[in-house]
Design a protein around this ligand. Structure first.
Ligand code: AG3
Length: 287
């Protein structure tokens, strides 16, 4: 039997990665983007949007744990959480592991991503979409934050890259909206691309977040299928002390929570804020 055609990631003009699918499970142009989910021997099931890898069964835990547990454990008592994007449900699954959480609002632009991920990547959400603490809103994230009158303790932007529907989630308009619905001691984090390949994104995000928040920074982790080295995550808060950790206190807090993780530890949490010199130089900071 012939194998399906190679799936090639088209994120950068002259370099990328290729997957040999064992089987294409779903492929469709949704109302917003091209969605494909296929099975690959190395990575398990893989989801791509507009030709860019979004998540794979094998390495999703690194991204979802770092996007979730870093802000959640840095906050003293996160009860209300807002997730923007994240249609596969991986962030939602991790957020709900925190017992302090009373309510989660998830705003995803594309219902088809949620539906198809529940069907073909069920371990990502692991039933999270039916948790009674969760409300799903199908809307554009910018619309939602600019009209929202609630305040959230943690806001997580799990978007695509700033091309296509995800572009608006990297604008000043979005960050102003986030600022207005983030509680006083709240934390905002956002996927910010692979810094070696997308350094401009780090610079632009830093510039656009800085007028809105007292403390703006980045932390990092390497996610194998986001090829090109470490991925940076934007961090913004009005309270700079939230990322000044005492390692043994953080260790104690994490132990008490007894949340099962495969990547996140207290030491990783703290160390992830250490950035390579080329990023610091690009940002004009000199720590
Ligand atoms: N969203 C982030 C994908 C970014 C890929 N970009 C890249 N390689 N530069 C993932 C959604 C997972 N819930």
């Amino acid at each position: 039997m012939n194998r399906p055609e190679m799936k090639i990631e088209r994120l950068y003009p002259s370099w990328g990665q290729a997957f040999s699918p064992e089987k294409v499970l779903f492929e469709h142009q949704t109302e917003h983007q091209h969605l494909v989910i296929f099975k690959n021997q190395q990575w398990g099931k893989v989801m791509m949007l507009d030709g860019v890898v979004q998540t794979t069964e094998k390495d999703e835990f690194i991204y979802h744990e770092m996007m979730t547990h870093v802000p959640m454990f840095s906050h003293h008592n996160p009860q209300k959480v807002l997730i923007i994007g994240g249609g596969d449900g991986g962030i939602l699954r991790e957020v709900l592991k925190h017992q302090s959480v009373k309510h989660v609002t998830q705003v995803e632009i594309d219902q088809a991503v949620i539906d198809m991920c529940i069907k073909y990547l069920p371990n990502h959400s692991a039933g999270a979409f039916t948790d009674e603490r969760v409300d799903v809103v199908i809307d554009d994230g910018v619309n939602y934050v600019s009209r929202c009158s609630q305040k959230f303790d943690v806001i997580i932007s799990d978007s695509t890259d700033p091309i296509g529907p995800g572009e608006s989630l990297f604008t000043s308009e979005f960050y102003h909206g986030v600022q207005s619905c983030l509680a006083d001691d709240g934390v905002f984090v956002a996927q910010n691309g692979v810094s070696f390949m997308q350094l401009d994104e780090v610079i632009t995000t830093h510039k656009r977040l800085s007028p809105c928040f007292k403390d703006v920074g980045f932390y990092a982790a390497a996610v194998p299928t986001y090829v090109g080295g470490i991925m940076t995550f934007a961090w913004a808060s009005q309270n700079p002390t939230l990322r000044q950790f005492d390692l043994s206190q953080l260790e104690h807090k994490i132990q008490q929570a007894a949340i099962k993780t495969q990547y996140h530890t207290a030491a990783i949490h703290q160390a992830s804020f250490a950035l390579p010199r080329y990023i610091l130089t690009a940002l004009g900071t000199s720590v």
